[in-house]
Design a protein around this ligand. Structure first.
Ligand SMILES: Nc1nc2c(ncn2[C@@H]2O[C@H](COP(=O)(O)OP(=O)(O)O)[C@@H](O)[C@H]2O)c(=O)[nH]1
Ligand SMILES: [Mg+2]
Length: 276
């Protein structure tokens, strides 16, 4: 079983705030707004700074209303839905994120394709779950800090969705962290969950971000700062998993923290592809 890396040991955590990082981020922004990328689109960097792209499919799983669609919108720099509308069918969203590797000082363009499927569609159509799981590289399991049942459902979800999927990154995300004062999930329960499952666990606030001077348009850079920890966390787990699978790293991380997360390994795959 490969153990996931200590946070910050694979990806330089605050690199996006450095002068160099900001330059790279410019390619996913346009006039301070986040650029929206279609399935076949990608950011273009001038040849001297051309970098490799690593692409991953990520299935976002969780009970209806926990905030899956809001999280994906926040990660993509889009308006978060204020009211809850059950997502109809599967919605895929592409997010690019440049990040710097600690080991080589190399910048890699991560391409995340998020698959978000409404719960009723999953229940109604038998082919939905297998389609979402097919060739997925990571599962994001969401629970909401304001919905105890969604937290208690995690072990069931982990078994149902990722039970027969060894070698795939699993991350848990607690949403609605901005409503922590009204939380139904106290810190001691999170600690117990972490110890039992040994999975990475992040907290998010998928709330509307800062606006530009016009008062309407979302400020792309401010939005990126809000969600950088999630994108870096994903990049870190996925990159590490690939390195282990390709036999480039031992199965047990030497820099794993005292409370290591556990990750099974899978087929070796090298995904970095040259980017023009
Ligand atoms: N305050 C707050 N509201 C959120 C957050 N995430 C989602 N919501 C709200 O919760 C409701 C359900 O979110 P949605 O993303 O549609 O849930 P889904 O069914 O899991 O896709 C919507 O009204 C969202 O605006 C969050 O982090 N904070
Ligand atoms: Mg939804």
């Amino acid at each position: 079983m490969a153990r996931p890396p200590a946070p910050g040991s694979v990806i330089v955590p605050d690199w996006h705030e450095s002068a160099e990082g900001k330059e790279y981020l410019a390619c996913i922004l346009r006039k301070n707004c986040r650029r929206v990328f279609g399935l076949l689109e990608r950011p273009v960097l001038p040849p001297p700074v051309a970098i490799d792209t690593a692409s991953y499919k990520i299935f976002v799983s969780g009970k209806s209303g926990v905030g899956k669609t809001a999280l994906v919108a926040k990660l993509a720099g889009l308006e978060v839905p204020v009211a809850h509308h059950e997502t109809t069918g599967i919605q895929t969203t592409v997010v690019f994120w440049p990040a710097k590797l600690q080991a080589s000082d190399r910048v890699v363009m991560f391409r995340f394709e998020f698959w978000d499927c409404g719960e009723s569609a999953l229940k109604k159509f038998d082919h939905m779950l297998p389609t979402c799981k097919e060739k997925t590289d990571a599962f994001l399991f969401l629970f909401s800090f304001t919905d105890r049942a969604s937290f208690e459902d995690l072990p069931g979800q982990l078994a149902r969705v990722a039970g027969e999927a060894p070698g795939i990154v699993r991350m848990v995300i607690g949403s609605k962290f901005d409503q922590y004062m009204q939380t139904d999930v106290p810190e001691r329960d999170l600690t117990a969950f972490r110890q039992a499952w040994k999975l990475p666990l992040l907290r998010v606030k998928s709330v509307p971000g800062r606006r530009l001077a016009d008062g309407r348009t979302l400020d792309g850079r401010a939005g990126l700062a809000d969600i950088a920890h999630v994108l870096n966390g994903l990049a870190e787990q996925l990159w590490y998993q690939d390195q282990v699978a390709a036999g480039l790293l031992p199965n047990t991380s030497e820099n794993t923290p005292a409370d290591p997360y556990s990750q099974p390994s899978g087929d070796p795959r090298q995904r970095a592809a040259p980017m023009s």
